[in-house]
Design a protein around this ligand. Structure first.
Ligand SMILES: Nc1ncnc2c1ncn2[C@@H]1O[C@H](COP(=O)(O)OP(=O)(O)O)[C@@H](O)[C@H]1O
Ligand SMILES: CC(C)(COP(=O)(O)O)[C@@H](O)C(=O)NCCC(=O)O
Length: 327
């Protein structure tokens, strides 16, 4: 089936096929911000920028503010549906489960940045102050297990994750457990951190960010499909850009990490700190072309059509259009 989010062949308005999405270009989307007040304080914006990202304040206001407002609307609607279902079923008062948002996209496309901005913004609405953010990298198999399975060069591919543990984690959240734990990954040591966990306590919203959060269910040993974590999402965002643009962002980030994190002797990438610029570019391109690029093409891009909303970025990280599933 053709990807319903693909623009190919859809340039001629007259021939445009019916689509399950409504698309708003930058101007139409930004107009939604209207008189909305940005809930972020100066401090918070500074903190978000402090994470090494040149976040444009107009971008925060014109793109992420309407997005967080839209999400808040969905959270409110889910709450009303919860109450009506409870009344309909007459089963007492089971507490409402957290609203789960998946954030998907390639390595280096800006998932973490998007997820962190949304977390901060959503936490400002009094209806849902407790917003947790969990990244799926904690569910990667540890390096020794990846070595054993011959997957060290496939880090980030669906099979490099403990998918059963990840599904259990999301099922526990959507079962309404008060406290749920996830393992932690360190980009510095390039491995899962043993014996450390992130604890999510009574969240109103949980954002789950990762390369593969929109992967369809796997076919199990008995030939039947299992559950996909996206079966438990209330909303999902796919962060999108041209593949050659993302490759360039990956190389740029690698170069800036060479000046910072790679200088830490504890870094797995310390061996790259002394590379010349040309050597570093070649090394980053080699990692992209052998691991992250193929993973994008083979596994991540095919899931774009499953998202509730696609944020399409240009080379300067500005969002060019937003595509939203019709309801
Ligand atoms: N909205 C944005 N504005 C400016 N730079 C951004 C934005 N989003 C991401 N970046 C930059 O792009 C690179 C990748 O972003 P990141 O959020 O780390 O990606 P991911 O989590 O998908 O790997 C980083 O260098 C980050 O600083
Ligand atoms: C840790 C990652 C797999 C991303 O994991 P995610 O949180 O998206 O599940 C990725 O950032 C990564 O390290 N990939 C391996 C190839 C590389 O070094 O770029």
């Amino acid at each position: 089936m053709p990807d319903p989010t693909s623009r190919d062949g859809a340039r001629d308005e007259g021939q445009r096929e019916a689509s399950p999405y409504v698309e708003l270009d930058r101007r139409a989307w930004a107009a939604l911000a209207g008189t909305m007040e940005s809930p972020l304080t100066e401090d918070e914006i500074e903190r978000l920028q402090g994470l090494g990202t040149q976040l444009d304040l107009d971008e925060v206001r014109q793109v992420y503010l309407p997005l967080s407002r839209l999400l808040s609307l969905y959270v409110g609607a889910a709450g009303r549906l919860h109450r009506e279902q409870e009344e309909f079923l007459g089963v007492g008062h089971p507490p409402r489960t957290p609203f789960v948002i998946g954030v998907a996209g390639s390595v280096a496309v800006g998932k973490s940045t998007t997820a962190r901005v949304l977390q901060q913004m959503l936490a400002h609405w009094p209806e849902h102050p407790n917003v947790a953010l969990v990244t799926t990298d904690g569910f990667l198999f540890p390096n020794d297990e990846l070595e054993r399975r011959g997957l060290m060069q496939r880090k980030g591919f669906p099979e490099s994750y403990d998918r059963r543990a990840l599904t259990r984690f999301v099922v526990d959240i959507k079962s309404g457990k008060d406290e749920v734990e996830a393992p932690i990954y360190s980009h510095l040591v390039y491995d899962v951190v043993p014996d450390e966990r992130v604890v999510v306590k009574k969240p109103d919203i949980v954002i789950i960010e990762g390369l593969n959060v929109l992967q369809p269910a796997r076919v199990r040993g008995d030939g039947r499909p299992g559950l996909a974590i996206s079966d438990f999402f209330d909303f999902s965002v796919y962060v999108d850009a041209r593949t050659d643009t993302i490759r360039q962002w990956y190389v740029d980030r690698f170069l800036s990490l060479r000046e910072t994190a790679f200088r830490d002797p504890a870094s797995y990438f310390a061996k790259y700190a002394g590379l010349s610029t040309d050597e570093a570019v070649a090394q980053a391109e080699q990692i992209w072309d052998s691991i992250n690029g193929p993973n994008l093409t083979e596994n991540i891009l095919p899931t774009r059509g499953r998202a509730s909303l696609v944020l399409r970025k240009d080379a300067d990280h500005s969002v060019r259009y937003v595509r939203l599933r019709k309801v």
